[in-house]
Design a protein around this ligand. Structure first.
Ligand code: MN
Length: 289
């Protein structure tokens, strides 16, 4: 193995060395990264000073890249390429996002625990987030290990939830921030209809089961909505207990990559004037799950 792996926290997060994204990676390196990601849910690649072309070339080693043009209201508000999107406190011109604007509220919803791309079918599989501009004291990003959360569920609860499905939608997660359905264009809503996913998944490489939850998950398919919502709330509270959580402290030029099939994450509050720009990219699953 050409890579070096240093655990940062248990089997949740590791720092991986021996990867130079700017120089381009080989399929063998991509496969080694996949192997590391089947043990740890989050990997940190330090000192990756990269441009957009290099980031796009990197993620394409891992599957079909997620297109970032489904939500029309994000257009022009932020830096974007077909497969990149800024998670940022400023717009493409470097101006702070306006209070109560669509983009600001949309980004604020990242403070809810969620799984990237669970509002799609097939859903997102991996995310790669590149630190392009960090404030002096950047806020952490937190990750929850949904395999450990599954393992720690009482057997009766595991049996109860094993075969359930949840409905996920972007309209649901954004409504929590006050972005009602009518703030989305008809086209965006058509691009992002509610989808259903299994509540429990098994990782194809590690064989480990995990809970598949998200801030986009509204209720359990086939259950009365309130009961499903209550169950999802209970599972969410269980899954984000501190023993399952890694808090990533950003360093300049970090590229953090994670497995969305068995993790959740959230942004921590940040509203200081120094801009923060994280450039987001991801790849999706090949099949519906
Ligand atoms: Mn996210």
């Amino acid at each position: 193995m050409a890579l070096t792996v240093k655990a940062l926290q248990g089997d949740i997060a590791a720092e991986v060395g021996g990867v130079d994204i700017a120089a381009g990676i080989t399929p063998e390196i991509a496969n080694e990264i996949e192997t590391v990601l089947s043990k740890y849910i989050v990997i940190v690649l330090r000192n990756q000073q990269i441009n957009d072309e290099q980031q796009q070339a990197f993620i394409q080693h891992f599957g079909p890249p997620v297109k970032t043009n489904a939500i029309k209201e994000l257009e022009e508000a932020t830096h974007r390429q077909p497969h990149l999107l800024d998670i940022a406190t400023v717009d493409a011109q470097g101006k702070p996002l306006a209070d109560k604007s669509f983009i600001k509220l949309y980004m604020l919803a990242n403070q809810f625990w969620h799984t990237d791309g669970s509002q799609s079918q097939p859903p997102q599989r991996l995310t790669a987030l590149s630190a392009r501009r960090l404030p002096t004291v950047p806020p952490n990003t937190e990750y929850a290990d949904m395999r450990a959360a599954w393992d720690a569920l009482p057997a009766l609860m595991q049996e109860k939830v094993e075969d359930l499905k949840a409905q996920h939608s972007i309209a649901y997660s954004r409504a929590k921030m006050g972005l009602s359905q009518d703030t989305f264009s008809a086209e965006s809503l058509k691009n992002r209809p509610p989808v259903e996913h299994a509540l429990v998944r098994k990782h194809p490489r590690s064989g480990r089961k995990s809970l598949y939850l998200s801030g986009h998950a509204s209720h359990i398919v086939g259950w009365p909505e309130e009961e499903g919502r209550a169950l999802l709330d209970e599972l969410m509270a269980h899954a984000v207990q501190r023993q399952f959580v890694y808090a990533h402290q950003w360093q300049p030029n970090d590229l953090v990559m994670w497995d969305d099939s068995c993790s959740m994450h959230r942004a921590l509050p940040y509203d200081a004037p120094e801009p923060r720009v994280l450039r987001w990219s991801g790849v999706r699953e090949l099949q519906p799950v």
